[in-house]
Design a binder for this molecule. Sequence first.
Ligand code: ADP
Ligand code: ZN
Ligand code: ZN
Length: 721
Amino acid sequence: MPVFSVLVALPAHSRLPALLSYTHPAPLALGSLVRVPLGRREVLGLVWGQAKAADTAHTTADGLDVGKLKAISTVLDGIAPLPASWRELVAFAARYYQRSLGEVALAALPPQLKDWSAEQLARKLKKLAKLENPENSIKNESCSGSVSALNTQKQPEKTLNPAQTAALQAITAAQSQTDSKPLLLFGRTGSGKTEVYMQAAAATLAAAATAQVLVLVPEINLTPQLLGQFRARFAHLGAAAVVSMHSGMTAAERSSAWLAAHSGGARIVLGTRLAVFASLVDLRLIVVDEEHDASYKAQDGARHSARDLAVYRAKLESARLHSVAAGSCTVVLGSATPSLESWQAAQSGRYQLQELPERIGAGQLTPVRLVDMRLQPKGTVISSYLLAALQERIARGEQALLLLNRRGYAPVLSCGECGWKSACNHCSAFQVFHKIDRSLRCHHCGDAQATPRACPECGNLDIAPLGRGTEKLEEEISALLAGVQRPDGQPARVLRMDADSVKGKDGLSQHLEQLHSGAVDVLVGTQMVAKGHDFRRITLVAAINPDGGLFAADFRAPERSAALLMQAAGRAGRDADLSGKAQMLVQTFNPEHPLFTWLMRHDWAGFASSQLQERHMAAMPPFSFQALLRAEARTQEAAQAFLQAACDLGQALVAEGGVMLYAPVPMAMQRVANTERAQLLVEAENRAALQKFLTRWRSQFVSIRSPGLLRWALDVDPAAV
Ligand code: ADP
Ligand code: ZN
Ligand code: ZN
């Protein structure tokens, strides 16, 4: 009886081995999906290997007694086995991020597969086959939100400008080579990157009937508009040719999209970070748009970086293509503000840099002006410059965007009498005041309650909000603009866009619609507004209070602030006839900060080089490689005790060199939801040393029995330390 090793989803720190053995009377291809008994349940499994028969037919080479093994219950043979390159990607991710194979593999499959019976599956596949028929019209799409008529009209290819042509040629040339480098497409907002992606995708699909393209975008950028743009451009391939994959989809939508990609019916997969694990038959082009975006790094599960996995996946898919002599799979990383990791890779020649230096159809770059808030009356929120600039825009029928990276009404409520502050009872954080429903809400644990009428400590009735968030700014701006009229005689209108106001499936598209239609004059928002949306009539962008990002403890804070400000600057003056009127105002108490010098020059390259120099001198990433061991416990002592024990175990391995262990410390957010958190930093000279150390270290510290410890997690290449 053949014996197969099968991956199942086990709890993160389960004592069971990663691979479980089951029998099955007939041969099974690796990557087959099966259902297997586990304890009293039956679960989804993935056939990972076949045990080699030993001398006797009754034991496997590992000495397992075949007679005692359970049998595979069902083979989901309606679904083709997961391809080898996909399995290699999963194996790499598990190895690199120090997770179990089963956890990574099963998390990469759509959740519904786990529950489907064979009959449900058959029904689903039948439905899918119908959809793939190109005669079905676009109305079958499972896309969320309203794709307006404008977006579904046949959209012709644009004639590329010389820089775009060079970029497209570089991509197709890389695809025809056997040894292709990742391409870093560096071009400001509106420089035509999306057009290059679409034409590269078209060329890729035209080169082979089975070829597929994966386009990754940050969650917030996956708008119905972008999807509509791709669907319209590739409408001739049938309604099911472009599918989307993101966490906002229903389980049913996700399974359909997954099956369409897995069967090869979908030619283009447009998705967020989870889509990097999409099963694809013949992947030949991967695009990672806004590659610097923080949302590519998962903050749970394996904590993988979808950007980094995309780069690795391109290598695996290239190897697959080489074996059939069909060129390479190329990965294109696009950004106006590339991550310093990618910038460094381009400088050192590991990536190939392609630049799109000009904004299409726009005149000069938006001038950036600093407003020295030290010269404004104390307590000023909206400087006189900014107010005048706003009034001017509204009177001309143009739009303005105000950036304030903090949501809610005020970050804390405080009592002027006794000093009480609205601290969260469960976290080391303040509860944020939301005026709209008079609630105090913790943005870390989600705890919410009605705002007290009086100070809970001393009874003082006069408790007041300190500082400001977007909700308060919206209120203040509306008041300041009360008498201001638009050219049509209507009063000026203000719209807020942040995680509180943009909710639900269609929240984002509804907000964008109001802006595009011209119903709104001033948009107030968090970083959400600074990202990839195409706002045509905005001629004023203002950063209300960006100083917080200048002096944060995290060494990546300047990079994040600079990227956000430069992205925001790119929102202004995208129409040529308006670009002459465009301006960015930055209100700051630190006008001499060097970051602003680069911003005023729109010089990301200069900023990146200067930052890299600092990182180099301090041996910070990307010149060193980090991992964090995080621990959560009821008490800080228990969390640190576990880390200290792990640290002691690690010292013996560190002696071999190349790796350094730091002392356990409380995390910056030390307590969340009544859980104490601590971390230990590991730093290495190179990836290989880090990987080698982590693998050996983990196999040792997993067996530490630490009283009071709730859980631990390794975060490889953490986004913040
Ligand atoms: P990015 O993705 O870099 O922000 P897009 O690709 O969205 O830029 O291009 C910005 C705008 O310019 C879009 O409206 C797009 O249709 C248009 N565009 C892009 N390339 C060209 C071109 N070669 N000729 C004319 N218009 C173009
Ligand atoms: Zn008080
Ligand atoms: Zn809390």
